[in-house]
Ligand binder design. Structure first.
Ligand code: FAD
Length: 284
């Protein structure tokens, strides 16, 4: 049985933000509810007020704005995965969004909820990181922009202050050739959270000297991880056996999966991360 709470719906960021500030930890934002309601049921969250933001204008949909794509925080995982701009310019994100839950969950689950829930293995976050996504955070006092990579503070913890709401996700459309892939392993083939997920993106793959590599991995650290040391090492390199051996060493040094995970052992996660890294050396 759900614990009792008061449900309130707002249609403006300003009003929602003022209410959230006024009620502090007693109030909690509700988007699709696929994380929030599960937590309330499990008694991990006991809000006095559940603040529904789904009526707020400007938080939904995907727009192309010259060289940028702007995704509203309330856009669902299915809408992200099916969008023509996302398919054309950000296929790794399309693939990540499409692996989230099942069709029904994806119809409710929002990209903003996936980000703000702060899971280290969130399936839209891992691809968003290799695309260098930025987030726009709004409150009654205005807006601020932050690199998504700086948004995560620990498991379930994100960089949102009192009254702040994630409004948009901004992606720059690449004006250079890009090749990338999203990888994911889970305990069962059906609906299960990722035991490990990983995104690899290579800009200018056919020109060794201009190559830039970006790699992000989920479920191997307290936050979704960008492996900058490895990216720097691989960028501008020919992908040879010797480079793979060194890259593997750097990758493993950067992973810190916790013991006692229900889903996979640290040993298994490290083996899978190395296996996915090998894609670069086979396909590029
Ligand atoms: C059966 C099931 C399967 C699932 N499978 C997956 C999976 O495969 N991969 C995966 O990554 N996740 C999975 N999830 C988790 C969940 O569906 C996703 O994290 C989803 O994207 C959350 O979005 P939501 O809109 O439902 O968020 P909500 O539950 O409404 O909110 C999640 C958190 O974010 C906060 N929040 C939401 N929107 C905003 C905003 N705009 N600004 C500020 N804070 C906000 C809420 O307060 C809450 O703390 C699964 C969940 C279920 C129940």
């Amino acid at each position: 049985m759900l614990i009792p709470f008061e449900y309130i719906k707002f249609d403006s960021i300003k009003d929602a933000s003022v209410f959230l500030k006024e009620h502090g930890d007693d109030a909690h934002i509700l988007a699709g509810g696929t994380d929030v309601i599960v937590k309330i049921r499990a008694r991990k969250l006991k809000p006095k007020y559940l603040v529904d933001i789904k009526g707020i204008e400007g938080l939904k949909g995907i727009e192309k704005d010259r060289d940028k794509i702007v995704i509203g925080a309330l856009t669902t995982a299915n809408e992200v995965a099916k969008n023509t701009h996302i398919k054309e310019y950000f296929p790794v994100l399309k693939d990540g969004a499409w692996t989230l839950g099942d069709y029904e969950i994806r119809n409710r689950a929002t990209i903003g909820g996936n980000i703000c829930n702060g899971s280290p293995s969130a399936d839209t976050v891992i691809p968003l990181l290799v695309y260098d996504a930025k987030v726009i955070i709004a409150s009654d006092e205005g807006e601020r922009v932050e690199a998504l990579d700086k948004f995560f503070k620990g498991p379930g913890k994100v960089n949102l202050g009192p009254g702040e709401i994630l409004k948009n996700i901004i992606l720059n459309i690449p004006d250079y050739p890009v090749k990338g892939k999203f990888f994911r392993v889970s305990r069962v083939e059906g609906m299960d959270l990722a035991s490990l997920n990983m995104a690899i993106l290579v800009a200018n793959p056919d020109s060794i000297s201009d190559r830039k590599v970006r790699i992000s991995i989920g479920a191997v650290a307290p936050v979704p991880l960008r492996v900058y040391e490895l990216e720097e090492f691989l960028s501008g390199k020919e992908f040879t056996k010797e480079i793979f051996d060194k890259a593997k060493e750097i990758l493993l040094n950067n992973l810190n999966p916790r013991e006692g995970s229900l889903r996979a052992t640290p040993y298994y996660k490290k083996r899978m991360a190395v296996h996915y890294l090998s894609w670069l050396f086979e396909e590029i």
